[in-house]
Design a protein around this ligand. Structure first.
Ligand SMILES: C[S@@+](CC[C@H](N)C(=O)[O-])C[C@H]1O[C@@H](n2cnc3c(N)ncnc32)[C@H](O)[C@@H]1O
Length: 222
């Protein structure tokens, strides 16, 4: 009896159909990811922008932006993060939550951040763009729940109109109260303090970046 026939007898046609469907979906995803990787190698800015737009159209609240952070915004976030990181002794583990296609990571990488990204294709892309950095393809809520050692955070996960924002805010508040979250830098396109009332002793708008689409504010909490 051939291998396929014995497999059919053993697993049944339903199982084989489902396995075939899963394999095809994986194949499509990996060729899309490969296409993105190749486009990123040729023209990273254009490839990141088109990938962002596609994801925004699919999930506007989770993606949070039509395009990745501009270089000016990335430089501003990195400067504020570096100041906070140095103020905590330059040894603190840094985590970037929602690293996307790596627009901020390029400027943060001297602080050796751990990258967290929920989107599977972008996590794969981050692994190829930043081979020296640890990349976790998971939800930021799980990362925050699993914190056991002191960290600094930098994030741009949208907290406006995001169904997860209350959960993320209370996890940040808890991590800070437990002493594992030492500082948090975040950028937002909104006008208000995105973590108002979250229990941070210090919170300030560290910079306003008009050369960003839309203009952005960088906040620091500690
Ligand atoms: C506004 S984009 C910023 C991306 C990148 N940091 C930048 O500045 O270009 C927000 C990113 O957070 C990711 N994200 C949203 N919710 C998330 C979650 N719960 N866990 C992990 N990543 C998340 C999105 O996939 C997206 O890459």
């Amino acid at each position: 009896m051939g291998a396929l026939a014995s497999l059919k007898r053993f697993a049944g046609p339903e199982f084989l159909r489902e396995a075939g469907r899963v394999c095809c979906a994986k194949l499509v995803r990996s060729s899309l990811a490969l296409g993105l990787k190749r486009r990123m190698e040729r023209n990273p800015i254009a490839a990141s922008r088109s990938s962002f737009l596609a994801n925004f159209l699919r999930d506007p609240c989770g993606t949070g932006a039509l395009a990745p952070a501009t270089p000016t915004l990335a430089a501003s976030v990195a400067r504020v993060t570096h100041e906070a990181w140095q103020a905590h002794g330059s040894r603190l583990k840094l985590i970037e939550l929602g690293a996307g296609t790596g627009a901020l990571t390029r400027d943060l990488k001297r602080m050796n951040p751990v990258l967290v990204e929920r989107n599977e294709d972008w996590a794969a892309l981050l692994r190829t763009r930043f081979p020296g950095l640890e990349v976790l393809n998971e939800c930021a809520a799980d990362t925050l729940r699993g914190l056991r050692e002191p960290v600094g955070l930098v994030t741009s996960i949208p907290l406006l109109n995001n169904p997860q924002s209350n959960e993320l805010k209370s996890l940040l508040q808890q991590a800070y109260a437990d002493g594992v979250l030492r500082f948090c830098v975040l950028y937002t396109y909104g006008l208000r303090d995105p973590l108002a009332g979250s229990g941070f002793r210090q919170h300030r708008r560290a910079s306003f970046v008009p050369r960003s689409l839309p203009p952005a504010h960088v906040w620091v909490y500690q």
